[in-house]
Design a protein around this ligand. Structure first.
Ligand SMILES: Cc1cc2nc3c(=O)[nH]c(=O)nc-3n(C[C@H](O)[C@H](O)[C@H](O)COP(=O)(O)OP(=O)(O)OC[C@H]3O[C@@H](n4cnc5c(N)ncnc54)[C@H](O)[C@@H]3O)c2cc1C
Length: 416
């Protein structure tokens, strides 16, 4: 066996790739991370205008990785979720206190998450970073993979036992491998922006089913709120073309006055919303993770949370292999990782897809069923708890990091 330059090469330093690099900080593995866009640049997804609702499992992963404190200072806890349907009777309220929790989740601006992750990566001893740089080709050499990395005027090659493709929805690595995708076009667009309402949301998150589509307003620190409004393509064009005052009027009309008047809105951005699933998640010594493996509709705020549990499980398998001096790119190891993640993956994709179809539908029978469902949620604690467990990422066995435990098992200390 030839000695490769590194053990694991991560393509893509978005929130998922960066989290994996950090999760492996304490392992004996030699890592390389290649990211096309420099930190803090406008096109870097870690630094865009979006916010991410983090489930308690994600909070525990970040706690175990030692970066939760720097995230928490810029994040807002969700203490209550208020679900309603514009123009209908159904309404449900899910409260952290009645579940014996301090928070149902936290909302962190992507900028805060990106900064917390990249600051920690900067001092990581077992990590070599290539940024801005792109992986432009992969060659399978049997016992390792040779990656071509293009940066400005340079072309480097790096050999590795394992490639982890965390390179986003249109994953160039997945394309090169010819893995193919299953794609469901919901015909919807997500409009996102930060909004300042008259009244501080104070931990309340709102999910409202409007004539145009589901609208979420999530609490942010400083009395602000993060908007994700799912609308059809033509509605998105019309709403994006409005000036701020006219957009705020349309939003106020759809959302109502639960937070008083909506006073200000920041820069708007729009994202096409599809369900994109890679047909396979491994080929040879390459695995795909994050948006490259599964891009979900944001209606239930599950995409990153699911990906972070994948990262936690993959890190656990890789760490175990490193401690046993095994090949981190071995098919058996990677297939065991994928098998461990399959039930959670199936549940979350099914749950999210079901919610999109249920809540985007305006047929009278469906609207009535949905409203009865919302009332039932209020009345039936068992049903409510099951839905909450799912939304909070807790329905199934969890990897160590997602339980807040370090990767290293007691007595097996590595590194240095
Ligand atoms: C409107 C909206 C709201 C959302 N809200 C939530 C939420 O509340 N909760 C939640 O859990 N999820 C949410 N999500 C989903 C979440 O944003 C994604 O799961 C997450 O961003 C996926 O990150 P990623 O790192 O896999 O991909 P990306 O963020 O796309 O990162 C991919 C990275 O790879 C780099 N790259 C690409 N090609 C190459 C190459 N050849 N070489 C080197 N680098 C390369 C890119 O520059 C990029 O930095 C939301 C999504 C949207 C659209």
């Amino acid at each position: 066996m030839h000695e490769p330059d590194v053990d694991v090469l991560i393509v893509g330093g978005g929130m998922v790739g960066a989290s994996l690099a950090l999760a492996l900080a304490d392992s004996p593995l030699r890592l390389a991370l290649v990211e096309a866009v420099p930190p803090r640049a406008a096109g870097q997804p870690c630094y865009d205008e979006r916010s991410t609702a983090l489930a308690p499992t994600s909070r525990r992963v970040f706690q175990a990785l030692g970066c939760w404190e720097s995230i928490a200072v810029g994040a807002a806890p969700i203490t209550e979720i208020h679900v309603s349907d514009q123009g209908h009777f159904g309404m449900a309220r899910l409260a952290a206190a009645s579940e014996g929790l301090d928070a149902l989740g936290h909302v962190a601006p992507n900028r805060v998450l990106g900064r917390a992750l990249h600051e920690r990566l900067a001092g990581q001893a077992n990590l070599q970073q290539f940024c801005p740089a792109r992986v432009t080709g992969l060659e399978d050499l049997g016992d390792r993979v040779r990656a071509a990395i293009a940066a400005d005027q340079r072309l480097d090659t790096v050999t590795t036992r394992l490639v982890v493709a965390a390179d986003g929805t249109r994953s160039p690595v997945r394309e090169q491998l010819g893995l193919g995708v299953r794609e469901t076009d919901y015909g919807q667009v997500g409009i996102i922006a930060n909004v300042t309402p008259e009244r501080d949301p104070q931990g309340r998150a709102f999910e409202r089913f409007t004539r145009q589509g589901p609208l979420a307003l999530l609490p942010l620190p400083g009395g602000h709120a993060s908007l994700v409004w799912t609308v059809t393509g033509p509605d998105s064009e019309r709403l994006m073309a409005l000036n701020d005052a006219a957009f705020l009027r349309a939003l106020q009309d759809a959302f109502g006055y639960r937070l008083g008047r909506l006073l200000r809105i920041g820069r708007r951005a729009s994202y096409p919303l599809n369900l994109v699933r890679s047909r396979a998640r491994r080929k040879g010594r390459v695995v795909v993770v994050g948006n490259a493996a599964h891009t979900l509709h944001p209606v239930a705020g599950q995409g990153f949370n699911l990906a972070l549990r994948d990262v936690a499980q993959l890190a656990e398998h890789l760490h175990g292999a490193a401690v046993r001096a095994e090949d981190p790119g071995a098919a058996r190891l990677l297939d065991a990782y994928l098998a461990a993640r399959a039930p959670d993956y199936r549940r979350v994709v099914g749950f999210t897809d079901g919610l999109v179809r249920l809540f985007s539908n305006r047929l009278p029978g469906v609207t009535l069923g949905r409203n009865l469902g919302l009332c039932a949620l209020g009345l039936m604690p068992g049903l409510r708890r099951r839905l909450m467990q799912q939304a909070m990422g807790r329905s199934g066995p969890l990897p160590r990091l997602a339980r807040g435990l370090p990767l290293a098992v007691e007595g097996v200390r590595q590194h240095g």
